[in-house]
Design a protein around this ligand. Structure first.
Ligand SMILES: [Fe+2]
Length: 277
């Protein structure tokens, strides 16, 4: 994909770092995969060159790695954050920048990592950048990240109806989001061009719904009828029964309180092989 880029092991190491950080939060399974795919689809539809499409997807995958520096109690808090807690969350772009500063691939993703919470009206962070000062890759990831945050279940909210999310993106054009990019994203999404990503955690992999916690179980590829999976939040275990494109979940009555965070190797390997050809 990127002619100047040969060292796939460097790419794998960067993606593993981002994926392990995502694995800390039980509510974010599949988030980096979706943000990567939304950003890629948006970049393609906007007619950007292949190199930028590649960087958009990579930026979507790694944008939040600075969250490693924010405490679990804040990241997982249910309900409103205090001003101090919000100030702490707002540090994650700077933490991300300092984490990857010396990484050989940093120039490819720095805009996405450092500037994905900037807004074109200047009310974003950390720089309060305005209009075209917001880097293109940051603008792409910002739309993708906001849409996924709205349409996914998190510890602090149940996922939003898709139409409501489109309306919020529309209302944010020229304020929170780059007007042209948000317009392209809306057009793509409203015509069904993102349906294979919404509520998925990988190609042809739908998120599964814990009856207590919501659709937060990300089944690994190769999941099949008769497998057991646990909810990463309440730790309840379920026996899976294949049904159409997804699975019915039957509670086994057991809990798996000790669950090791695992990198999403399916997402990492799929991306690395798409680059390696
Ligand atoms: Fe972020």
């Amino acid at each position: 994909m990127n002619a100047d880029f040969n060292d796939l092991s460097l790419l794998r190491s960067l993606l593993t770092l981002a994926s392990v950080i995502e694995a800390r939060d039980p509510y974010t399974g599949g988030h980096i995969w979706r943000v990567g795919k939304y950003a890629k689809a948006l970049a393609e539809k906007a007619g950007l060159e292949k190199d930028l499409v590649f960087r958009a997807e990579l930026g979507g995958l790694v944008h939040d790695l600075g969250k490693v520096g924010v405490s679990d109690s804040i990241l997982r808090k249910e309900g409103k954050l205090t001003d101090g807690e919000y100030a702490s969350i707002k540090k994650h772009p700077e933490i991300g920048r300092s984490l990857i500063y010396a990484h050989p691939l940093a120039p490819l993703v720095m805009d996405a990592v450092f500037s994905h919470h900037e807004r074109v009206d200047g009310k974003g962070y950390p720089g309060g950048l305005r209009e075209e000062k917001v880097p293109l890759l940051a603008g792409l990831v910002a739309v993708a990240d906001a849409f996924d945050a709205m349409t996914s279940t998190r510890s602090y909210h149940v996922r939003m109806d898709q139409e409501k999310a489109w309306q919020i993106i529309e209302a944010g054009r020229g304020r929170q989001f780059n007007d042209a990019l948000a317009g392209v994203f809306l057009d793509l999404g409203r015509k069904g061009g993102l349906s294979h990503i919404i509520e998925h955690c990988g190609d042809e992999r739908l998120m599964l719904c814990c009856p207590k916690c919501g659709p937060i179980i990300a089944p690994p590829s190769g999941t099949k009828d008769g497998d057991c999976l646990s909810c990463p939040s309440c730790t309840g275990e379920f026996l899976l029964h294949a049904g159409g494109r997804t699975f019915e979940l039957e509670p086994t009555g057991r809990l798996n309180p000790v669950q090791y965070p695992k990198p999403d190797t399916d997402t990492i390997e799929a991306f690395v092989s798409s680059v390696g050809g």
